[in-house]
Design a protein around this ligand. Structure first.
Ligand code: NAD
Ligand code: UDP
Length: 318
């Protein structure tokens, strides 16, 4: 297949490029480097099957030649209000990437009669009242709250994707991605694993936002990307959760990272860093992915961290 990936220079987009290329596809990467890093795709420069277009997806997208699939990953993704790369500091760009960017990317799929896959998010469930979260749950999202620029952009993107599917017959997929981590996350992106791992390597106290009883379920990037590729090759139009269902509090996560890095300093609680409407509990119900895609995550949190901590050590030393 000849596949357009928007957000190709980002954390997930760059891993997706690698997997698709290794399976014999031709990949056109697109990115404007708003939160991504050219280094993430530098190793692909000499690959004959990879090409790159620097472009903001909020503007009309033109790609020469026939395309078989469009995978729309372009969007800021970190909720950290203290990072310049967090979506609270990029609210208009975030809404434009989710709304106008999705419209333009769907337009490319329609013009090419191509498959379309939307990178959606567990954030569309908001601060959930149902646990774990099944795809059938409609979510609890504040439409004007501090996360609304991201949550509502993604909810709009899902609705637009289904509209193109139902009205224009476009062959669409929607993946609801739960917290994912691994090499190529930005050092300064502000998400919890990059923050904790760097603090632990520096032998500092790990900054827990709030009381630390909030939970997340962390998926190693290789598992996630494998699941997304399976979804692309499937014929499922309804949303599919992809994530690791093993749930952990932020205190337990901090303890695990301190143990793995021999950090004796411990943890510290900081309240003013926490963004409002921070979900208290999050865990994917992955029954649909297991039944329809025959997909299961393989890496435990510890195995994923064993592959991630050395990446951060190396980056911090540069
Ligand atoms: P990232 O910030 O590393 O990657 C996003 C990429 O999109 C960056 O390279 C950025 O420069 C690019 N981009 C942003 N706006 C753009 C625009 N207007 N035009 C072109 N490029 C643009 O984040 P990520 O973690 O790789 O997330 C990728 C996608 O997956 C996002 O859509 C995000 O919402 C979704 N997602 C990620 C997670 C996760 O845990 N990583 C969870 C849920 C959903
Ligand atoms: N968090 C934390 N310390 C940090 C960064 C984040 O305790 O240094 C918390 C944050 O408040 C949230 C959880 O960790 O409850 C996961 O945050 P992240 O930014 O990784 O992503 P989210 O799941 O909120 O999208």
């Amino acid at each position: 297949m000849r596949i357009l990936i928007t957000g190709a220079a980002g954390f997930l987009g760059s891993h997706l490029c690698d997997l698709l290329l290794s399976d014999g596809n031709e990949v056109i990467g697109m990115d404007n480097f708003l939160t991504g890093d050219p280094q993430n795709i530098a190793h692909l420069a000499s690959n004959q099957k990879f090409s790159f277009i620097r472009h903001d997806v909020s503007n009309f997208i033109f790609v020469p030649g026939k395309i078989d699939a469009v995978m729309h990953f372009a969007s800021p993704a970190s909720p950290n209000k203290n990072s310049p790369y967090g979506y609270p500091n990029l609210p208009i760009q975030t809404m434009k990437a989710g709304a106008l960017g999705t419209h333009n990317a769907l337009g490319v799929a329609k013009a090419n009669k191509a498959r379309f896959l939307l990178a959606s998010t567990s954030e569309i469930y908001g601060d959930p009242e149902e646990h774990p979260q099944k795809e059938s749950y409609w979510g609890k999202v504040d439409p004007t709250g501090p996360r609304s620029m991201y949550d509502e952009a993604k909810r709009f993107a899902e609705a637009l994707t289904m509209s193109y599917h139902r009205f224009h017959g476009i062959d669409t997929r929607i993946v609801r991605i739960f917290n994912t981590f691994g090499p190529r996350m930005r050092l300064d992106d502000g998400r919890v694993i990059p923050n904790f791992v760097q603090q632990a390597i520096r032998k500092e106290a790990l900054t827990i936002y709030g009381e630390g009883k909030q939970t997340r379920s962390f998926c190693f990037v290789d598992d996630l990307i494998r699941g997304i590729y399976k979804l692309l090759l499937s014929d499922i139009h309804d949303p599919v959760n992809i994530g690791n269902p093993s749930e952990i509090t932020m205190i337990e996560l901090a303890q695990e990272i301190n143990k793995m890095t021999d950090n004796p300093t411990g943890i510290t609680f900081v309240n003013n860093m926490r963004l409002g409407n921070d979900p208290e509990r999050r865990r994917p119900d992955i029954t649909r992915a297991m039944d329809l895609l025959n997909w299961l995550p393989k890496y435990s949190l510890e195995q994923g961290l064993e592959r991630t901590i050395p990446y951060f050590r190396e980056k911090m030393a540069q």
